[in-house]
Ligand binder design. Structure first.
Ligand SMILES: [Zn+2]
Length: 451
């Protein structure tokens, strides 16, 4: 690894500053489809090219909009890995709550501050730091490595990840490993876990938003009849909330529990001793907390409700949006069917809106998983390695079938408060975590150079 990278002390000033400069590019993704951040993406591209001359001299680069697909040709046929990350960030809600302005890219003794410090520019930069260092040391991969950096992950990835994945499909790529954001190492987050846990996620949940809508003739509120459009929508939402999709233990969640079992203490340890992780009692135990309930069912979240114009006017329409995160084994169509069955009201129109995605195929741990696990152990020896499923959506869902093992993971060590900074206020990454990230990618590339 580069001499500037020391996990114990964190990255040096120059490495931290390169990340901070990337955070100063306001590459915000919007859902509206227009792209006001063009100039900022160009600025980020110029920054990458300036910081990493060897990468841009020796790797082949193909652009898809602002997305960047790099090919690092191997000496032998075949593909070792596809390393994914994204360059766009989510907007900032209330800038005044931030300790430093979110796009100022401030570096202090301990942290690099700014939107994207965690999600996900640190991963873009860490991968490039590691490749640049490997090139400087004269290394090259035995088999080809792709780097795929999206520009619209936070807006569903249709013009970035989708097109890069299609390109890889047209090249008949089948990699050993696809690595993307998703899991991290958490300490003190899961109850009863005595050690930090590294969640090497092996898939992600699906996503669907269902719109419930009622239209009515309206009229004066002094003669409302039995139910207004607003009342009807409220009842439909309440029914969905009261009757969620059933609890179910998946093979992946059972595997995750099995792996953390030795590091558990207290009641969770006792419960897992008594009951098999795959059993109903453990499933019910997980369902008692929102963070763990998401692992054992398709979740229901009513997020928007609208209707009516004035207190004494009967509403002519009302609508609600309900967001579902779909467990492997369930499907988008199944969610829609569930809604119709539970709402059981013909006056309520029920449709999908926006983008939906099926839960990913879950590859299960394979040989490439052991490689990632081994490197994680080397970088963060105190962590217990486990698996899991990403509750959100990432770019990697477009890459189904392109790799034997898909893993969503970055070896950064977070507590509960750190997790709240992702998409939240005061996003920042410690110099120590950034050093772990670079070290991890460097070791991965060393592995590709010899395997
Ligand atoms: Zn992200």
């Amino acid at each position: 690894m580069t001499s500037s990278t020391h996990v114990a002390t964190g990255v040096d000033d120059r490495t931290a500053e390169r990340l901070a400069a990337a955070l100063r590019c306001v590459t915000v993704s919007s859902d509206t489809g227009d792209d006001p951040a063009d100039a900022e993406f160009d600025r980020l591209a110029a920054h990458l090219e300036q910081c990493f001359p060897l990468v841009h001299g020796e790797l082949e680069l193909e652009r898809f909009g602002h997305s960047r697909l790099y090919r690092w040709p191997g000496a032998e046929p075949g593909t070792a890995a596809i390393l994914l990350a994204h360059m766009d960030v989510v907007p900032v809600d209330d800038e005044r709550r931030w300790t430093h302005p979110p796009f100022a890219g401030v570096v202090d003794d301990e942290f690099v501050w700014g939107r994207g410090a965690i999600d996900d520019k640190s991963r873009v930069m860490a991968i490039l730091e590691a490749v640049e260092a490997a090139l400087a040391a004269g290394k090259r991969p035995r088999r080809t490595v792709f780097l795929a950096f999206g520009h619209d992950e936070e807006a569903f990835g249709r013009s970035g990840a989708a097109r890069m994945a299609a390109r890889l499909r047209s090249l008949d790529v089948r990699a050993d490993l696809l690595l993307d954001e998703g899991g991290v190492i958490t300490a003190g987050v899961a109850g009863g876990l005595r050690k930090p846990a590294a969640f090497l996620m092996l898939g992600e949940k699906g996503w669907a938003t269902v719109r419930l809508a009622v239209t009515d003739v309206g009229g004066h509120s002094s003669m409302p009849g039995r139910q207004t459009a607003v009342g009807r929508i409220a009842r439909a939402v309440a029914r969905l909330q009261d009757k969620p999709m059933p609890l179910r233990m998946t093979a992946l969640t059972a595997d995750m529990l099995d792996r953390v079992r030795p590091a558990l203490s207290g009641p969770p340890r006792a419960a897992l001793k008594l009951f098999s992780p795959a059993g109903a009692a453990v499933t019910r135990m997980l369902a008692t907390r929102p963070q763990t309930e998401a692992m054992v069912r398709t979740t229901t979240a009513p997020t928007v409700i609208r209707g009516g114009v004035k207190a004494n006017v009967l509403p002519q329409s009302a609508e609600a949006l309900v967001n579902f995160r779909i467990l492997p084994g369930d499907s988008v169509a199944g969610v829609l069917e569930h809604c119709r069955r539970v709402v059981r009201d013909d006056e309520v129109a029920i449709h999908l809106v926006g983008t939906s995605s099926e839960p990913s195929e879950t590859t299960g741990p394979g040989p490439a998983f052991d490689v990632v696990a081994g490197i994680t152990r080397a970088v963060v020896p105190e962590a217990v390695i486990t698996t899991g499923i990403v509750p959100g959506a990432t770019d990697s869902r477009y890459y189904d079938g392109l790799a034997a093992t898909r893993c969503n993971f970055a070896p950064v060590l977070f507590d509960q408060a750190d997790l709240g900074r992702i998409h939240g206020t005061d996003e920042r990454l410690s110099r120590a975590n950034y050093a772990r990230l670079i070290e991890f990618n460097g070791r991965l590339i060393d592995h590709f150079a010899t395997h």
